[in-house]
Every structure is written in structure tokens, then in C-alpha cells.
Design a protein around this ligand. Structure first.
Ligand code: OXD
Ligand code: MN
Length: 579
């Protein structure tokens, strides 16, 4: 493989520090992938699954204390603390390198150091960016094969000698006490030690494509977002593309590959987790999916909730921390209504009813091409034109099913004000409400006040800004029942959005934005309890006033750095409720 001098030097320095017994440069070939799988089957890192019903599928059991992203151990290491902002953990670069450097020193002794040149984004796209990662985990290499484009293709896309994000990863001793996920945006550098979990260890994903990516995007004038990308085809065959930000484990994968029951309507998948968006020379916002695979949450994925996903994981998939049936098939809660008898749980023990069989954050890793609904143009180097942006969160109360922002600035305010209930994708308590602006709280690599400003400024560059929508599939009634059936029925919401974009969808004005007018949402054939839709769309002034008051504290921590537009939008919303 031909690489630049700077890249070679960086890898040499990584080897000097970690002292591997051998260094292997990865070429991304199928032979390489197959070899890695064989090695991992031999040493027990992977278990084979039923080769008849799940060909080329494997199960990996991670260390039981290494099953989710560890936000408390994730840091942005900028020279100035303010550059990271109040919502990120911050550590001075020198201190971070001293601390983690001690753990990296000799950490690959008697291990192989794999060097992975990878490309984020389609080949031939000016929006794609290069990473160069080293790791001592074969599981990480195989996963990077599925999730990114590995090998010479990456090197070819370097725009200069040092145009790559460096990623140093070692499993270390997997102890949470010696685990750190460190980002140095000023050096385009990532250091991750002590975890083999996807979000901490597949450095192309959260670390590069979002944390370093968002910082690079700000410098270069584009957006790196925690967003799925999909195309909605109408009965006339016209496809409208939307991108949607939703917090981890809150339905992005399901929505991105939803199967429509509305005659003539169809959804095409471009990506399920990350969107890189640029304004092109004509002023059109365009998005690429920087990834090449899905690292999806298994629990609750079923033929009912996501038939495309259940089909795509039937071959060529690596499962992590799911349960195992006696016939060596993967199983997780929700896959079938009843747990099959004789399950082995995610820890490898006989399953005891009442305990999780699969870990709540168990995952599948599979390439995008396996998805039956993959858009034919998903790898278009020019990206897809985005006409609508969606901000969705998980809220039991307050936030209506769907509404539309008055304009770009109002939409940015709604995104910045987003809060959500936490899920098993992060270590910590589940179900706690926290602010999660644009679903980027854990992923924004710089001061979030500057991030809001960057969003506002981007809107000024777009000739015809996309419509911005807010959704909440998770609102419940007083008895705790979901008000909206969700899943495939969400196509009805997408349909209204497309109609709004085309100028035909009917809406009524409210203090928080435009709500679907009576009869504007297509609920034909939907058997919903009487009044549930009205309740799902209801704006409760009392709850909203309380939520707006609660925003003061969140916004307050940014001080003068918070854009005045956001302050003005908050005041304006309050005024609308007062009148
Ligand atoms: C993910 C996450 O894995 O957001 O996509 O945690
Ligand atoms: Mn995600």
C-alpha cells in the first residue's frame, strides 16, 4: 500500500508507544475479512451462528463491563476549555496524553497492531474524509470493514500529505478504571483505550464522523450530524429526501428503513445514523452517509417493527451481546413474542426468565448493501438533496407527535431546545430526561453555543432552506399507553412532511409552530382509540411554559456565547404563549 510520509510516520510513532509484536496494514479485501473471522473463531472472540439459517453470521460477547458508550470517560481535549464548552467533558491535551499515554505504553505487547486506512463517505465524493486508525482488536478491524471503506481507496482520497484523522485504539486491559475516549480536534486526533465497544472503539463512527467531524465541519463550512437520511417516494415516483436527528436507540434505524403500507408511497434508505451535509454551489443542501454499514440496536427489532432489518441481518452479520438459541440462532427481546426455550443469555449463561436474555444495547453490524430498502443512489458522490430536516426525541409528555417550525431560525431553536429520555446506548440510568440539542449532546466536538451559531449561519447559505420538523413518537396518555402506534405508521407523518414541502399539506398555526390541520394527517385505515390523535397533537400550555422555564438553566451555562437569535426565539415563544 502506498501511503504518505506523514501517515507512515504517525503509524511508526503509534507502534513505538504501544510496542506490538507485529504490524499489519489492512487492505479491506474479502480475503482479509475472512482471515480475521477465522482467527477470531479460533481464539473464541467470535462464535459461529447457524450456517444454514444465518450464513456468515457470528456472535461476539464483549466484556460485561464494556457494553455501551461511556460518556463520563469521553473528553474533548482542546487547548482552551471554552472551545469544548460546558456540555462536554474537557481535559487539557497534555494532561490527557500523559494519563492515557501511560496506559498505551506497551499496551500492544504480544499483540498485532492493525493499521486501517478508511474512507468516510462514498468514493469520489468531495464530501468524503479519510481516517487512519490503529487497533489491537481484530473485532474492531472486522467491524470497520463492514462500517467503512477500508484500504487504498482511503489513501486515494487524501487531499494533502497529512489529510487524515489519526485514531489510536487499544483494548488495554478493558478496565473501566483505565478507559478514556479522547478527542483532540485541533490535531484531528483520537485516542481511545480500555474499551472494545463499537461507539468507543470503531473510531470512524462517533469519534471521527461526529466529534472530530463536527469540529472540522465548522471550520470548513458544512454540517456533521447525528441524523439518518431517507428518501420518500410518492405515488408519482418523485423522491423527496429528509434527514432526521434522534438520540441513540430512539428509532432512527427503524425509520430509515420503514416499509410503507400507504399505497404508492415508499421509503428508501440512505443512512441510519450520521449525515454529512454541504451546501452546494447552487445553494442546495446535500447529504452523504459517511458510513458503509449499520451498527444497530437489536432488542425490539422484529418483523413487525423493522422487517427490512430482520431480513438484512440473516447473513453476513456480526452480532454483539445477543442471546443464543439451542440451534445457534441469535435472539433478543422483541424478536419473537415469546422467548424460545433453552436460551443462553448474552453472558453465555443459561437464561433465567426475569433477566435480560440479550443485553438491552446488544447490536448487529452489517453492511448497508444488505438492506432491502437501500436507495439506488445511496453512494452518489454528490449526495442527495435535502428538502426536510427532522428533530425527534423520546418524551413521555409535552412534545406533540409532529409540528413544523415557522422558519429556519425557529427550527434551529427547536433543535437546540430538544430534550430526551436516556436509553441503554449509554452507560448510566435509563429514562432520565436530559437536554440533547439536535441529538448531538454526546457528539458535538466543540462548544454547543458555537454549534447553534454554525447552524444559524448555514441556513443563510441555503437558497431554499429545508423545512424543519419536530417529532415525538413516544408521547403517552395518563395510563402510560403510547398515543401513536409508531413504526410503519410513521410513514403517515413523512407523507404530511412531503406534502408540506410541496406546499399542499394543511397546517394550523400554534405558539410552537405549524401543527397538522384536522384531517391533514393521513390516518386512513388506522385503528386508533378515539381522541388519541388529538391528544398526541395537543399543545399543553402549562407543560410548555414549564419546559421553556427549564431551558433558562441549560442556555444560561453558555453565557454570552449563546447566539442572540436563540435568546430571541425563546422570548418570542414565551410571548406567543402569553398572548
Ligand atoms: C449509536 C449511538 O451507536 O448513538 O449509534 O450510540
Ligand atoms: Mn447513533
Amino acid at each position: 500500500m502506498t501511503v504518505t510520509r506523514t501517515a507512515e510516520k504517525w503509524v511508526d510513532q503509534a507502534a513505538d508507544l504501544t510496542r506490538p509484536s507485529r504490524v499489519v496494514w489492512c487492505d479491506g479485501s474479502k480475503a482479509e475479512y475472512d482471515g480475521l473471522i477465522e482467527d477470531m473463531l479460533r481464539d473464541g472472540t467470535l462464535l459461529p451462528l447457524n450456517s444454514r439459517t444465518y450464513p456468515n453470521c457470528y456472535l461476539h460477547r464483549s466484556h460485561p463491563s464494556d457494553v455501551a458508550r461511556t460518556e463520563q470517560l469521553t473528553f474533548i481535549c482542546t487547548r482552551e476549555r471554552d472551545a469544548a464548552g460546558p456540555t462536554n467533558n474537557w481535559m487539557a491535551p497534555a494532561e490527557a496524553k500523559d494519563k492515557a499515554g501511560a496506559w498505551f505504553r506497551g499496551s500492544m505487547r504480544d499483540r498485532t497492531m492493525y493499521v486501517i486506512p478508511y474512507l468516510m463517505g462514498p468514493a469520489g465524493s468531495s464530501m468524503s474524509r479519510v481516517g487512519l486508525m490503529v487497533t489491537d482488536s481484530a473485532y474492531v478491524v472486522a467491524s470497520m470493514h463492514l462500517m467503512t471503506r477500508v484500504g487504498q481507496v482511503a489513501i486515494q482520497h487524501m487531499r494533502s500529505e497529512d489529510d487524515f484523522v489519526g485514531g489510536l485504539h487499544s483494548l488495554g486491559d478493558l478496565s473501566p478504571d483505565r478507559r478514556l475516549i479522547l478527542h483532540f480536534p485541533e490535531e484531528k486526533l483520537i485516542w481511545s483505550i480500555g474499551s472494545g465497544y463499537g461507539g468507543n472503539a470503531l473510531l470512524g463512527k462517533k469519534c471521527h464522523a461526529l466529534r472530530i467531524g463536527s469540529s472540522q465541519a465548522r471550520e470548513e463550512g458544512w454540517l456533521a450530524e447525528h441524523m439518518l437520511i431517507l428518501g420518500v417516494e410518492d405515488p408519482g415516483g418523485e423522491v423527496t429526501y429528509l434527514a432526521a436527528a434522534m438520540p441513540s436507540a430512539s428509532g432512527k434505524t427503524n425509520l430509515s428503513m420503514v416499509i410503507s403500507h400507504l399505497p404508492g408511497w415508499r421509503v428508501w434508505t440512505v443512512g441510519d445514523d450520521i449525515a454529512w451535509m454541504h451546501v452546494d454551489a447552487t445553494g442546495q443542501l446535500r447529504a452523504i452517509n459517511p458510513e458503509r454499514g449499520f451498527f444497530g440496536v437489536a432488542p425490539n427489532t422484529s418483523p413487525k417493527t423493522n422487517p427490512n432489518a430482520t431480513t438484512m441481518v440473516r447473513s453476513n452479520t456480526i452480532f454483539t451481546n445477543v442471546a443464543l438459541t439451542p440451534t445457534h440462532e441469535p435472539w433478543w427481546e422483541g424478536l419473537t413474542p415469546e422467548a424460545p426455550p433453552g436460551l443462553t443469555d448474552w453472558l453465555g449463561e443459561p437464561w433465567k426468565p426475569g433477566t435480560p436474555a440479550a443485553h438491552p444495547n446488544s447490536r448487529f453490524t452489517v453492511s448497508v448493501e444488505q438492506c432491502p430498502s437501500v436507495a439506488p443512489n445511496w453512494e452518489d458522490p454528490a449526495g442527495v438533496p435535502i428538502s426536510g430536516l427532522i428533530f425527534g426525541s423520546r418524551r413521555t409528555r409535552t412534545i406533540p407527535l409532529v409540528f413544523e417550525a415557522f422558519d429556519w431560525d425557529h427550527g434551529v431553536f427547536l433543535g437546540s431546545a430538544m430534550s430526551t429520555e436516556t436509553t441503554a446506548a449509554i452507560t448510566g440510568k435509563v429514562g432520565v430526561v436530559r437536554q440533547d440539542p439536535m441529538a448531538m449532546l454526546p457528539f458535538c466536538g466543540y462548544n454547543m453555543a458555537d454549534y447553534f451559531a454554525h447552524w444559524l449561519a448555514t441556513g443563510r447559505k441555503i437558497a431554499k432552506p429545508p423545512r424543519l420538523f419536530r417529532v415525538n413518537w413516544f408521547r403517552r396518555d395518563d395510563a402510560g399507553r403510547f398515543l401513536w402506534p409508531g413504526y410503519s405508521e410513521n410513514v403517515r407523518i413523512l407523507k404530511w412532511m412531503v406534502e408540506r414541502i410541496r406546499g399542499t399539506g394543511q397546517a394550523v398555526e400554534s405558539p410552537i409552530g405549524y401543527l397538522p390541520a384536522a384531517g391533514a394527517l393521513d390516518v386512513s385505515g388506522l385503528d386508533m382509540p378515539r381522541g388519541a390523535l388529538d391528544e398526541a397533537l395537543r399543545v399543553d400550555a402549562g407543560e410548555w411554559r414549564e419546559a421553556l422555564d427549564g431551558l433558562e438553566g441549560f442556555y444560561g451555562q453558555f453565557g454570552d456565547r449563546l447566539p442572540r437569535t436563540i435568546v430571541a426565539q425563546l422570548a418570542e415563544t414565551r410571548r406567543r404563549f402569553a398572548s
